[in-house]
Design a protein around this ligand. Sequence first.
Ligand SMILES: NC(=O)c1ccc[n+]([C@@H]2O[C@H](COP(=O)([O-])OP(=O)(O)OC[C@H]3O[C@@H](n4cnc5c(N)ncnc54)[C@H](OP(=O)(O)O)[C@@H]3O)[C@@H](O)[C@H]2O)c1
Length: 287
Amino acid sequence: MRTRRIGDVQVGAIGLGAMPMSIEGRPDEQRSIATIHAALDAGVTLIDTADAYHLHADEVGHNETLIAKALASYDGDTSDVLVATKGGHLRPGDGSWTINGSPDHLKQACDASLKRLGVDAIGLYQFHRPDPRVPYEDSVGAIRDLLDAGKIRYAGISNANPEQIRQANDILGGRLVSVQNQFSPAFRSSEPELELCAELGIAFLPWSPLGGSSSAGELGSRFAPFAEVARAHNVSPQQVCLAWMLAKAPVVIPIPGSSRPETILDSVKAVDLELSPEELGRLDAAG
Ligand SMILES: NC(=O)c1ccc[n+]([C@@H]2O[C@H](COP(=O)([O-])OP(=O)(O)OC[C@H]3O[C@@H](n4cnc5c(N)ncnc54)[C@H](OP(=O)(O)O)[C@@H]3O)[C@@H](O)[C@H]2O)c1
C-alpha cells in the first residue's frame, strides 16, 4: 500500500479504526481478529484504538487487548505496525463517555495501556479530548512527560482546535506528530485544523471519516455526488470518500472503522483511486 508519514514512521495511507470491534454492536472475537488480520494482509500498518473503547465498566482496554491478541496471533511480520492508542476518556458502563484529562489519570492510563499492549513504549499516544476542568497545558504536559520518560514513542492529540494544536506543539517542544479530529462529508468543520496540520507537516487523522457506524452505509444516498463518482469508477461511495480525503493533503491518513474483513478490504483500495480535479470539486461542494 502507498504510505504516508507519522513522525519518522511510514504507515499505510489508510489506517484501521478499531473502535467498532469493542463498543455497542461489536462482533465476536473471532470476527474481530479476522478483520485485523485482513487489514494487515492488505498492508495496513496503522491501527487506531483507545483505552476507552469498551462496553462494560469492568473491561477497560477491551480494544487494546484485542489488538495485542490479533498482532500476537498474526503469522506475518508486525514490526512495522504502529498502534495508536489514547487516554483521557472513560466509559463508566452506562453507555456514556466521560472525560479525565488530569496528569495523574493520563500517566496511570498510559501505564495500563502499556501493559495491555505488551510493549515497552506505546507507538503513538494521543490525548483523547480536552478536559474543561483541567488546563490544557497540564494535560499535554503529562503527555510530554511520558514522551521524555520513553513510555511513548510519539505524541498526538485529538479533538483539538487550531489554537490547541499550536499550544500542544509548543508544549511538546515541536514533537507533536498527529492530530485526530472528526472529519467526513457530513462533518467538515475540521478543515482549518486539517489545513494547519498540512502547513506544519503534522499527520491529520480524520475520525468517523464515513460518518460513523450508524451512517457509513448511507454515505452514497445522503451525498449524491459521492454515489455518482463511485458509479463512474465502479467502486463504493465509501472508497470515493476516503480517496477524496487523501487528495486533500499529503498529511491526511483516514482511519475508517471496521468490524468485518470486507469493509476494511474495500476501504484500503482508496489509496489507488485517482479522482480528477473536476470530481474532487464536485465532492467538495457536496456538503
Ligand atoms: N478521537 C475520537 O474522539 C474518535 C471518535 C470516534 C472514532 N474515533 C476513531 O475513528 C475510527 C473511525 O470512526 P468510526 O468507526 O466511528 O466511523 P466510520 O469510520 O465513519 O464508520 C465505521 C463504519 O463504516 C463501515 N465501513 C467501513 N468501511 C466501509 C466500506 N468501505 N464500505 C462500507 N462500509 C464501510 C464499517 O462497517 P462494519 O462495522 O460493517 O465493518 C463501520 O461500522 C474509530 O474506529 C476510532 O478508531 C475516534
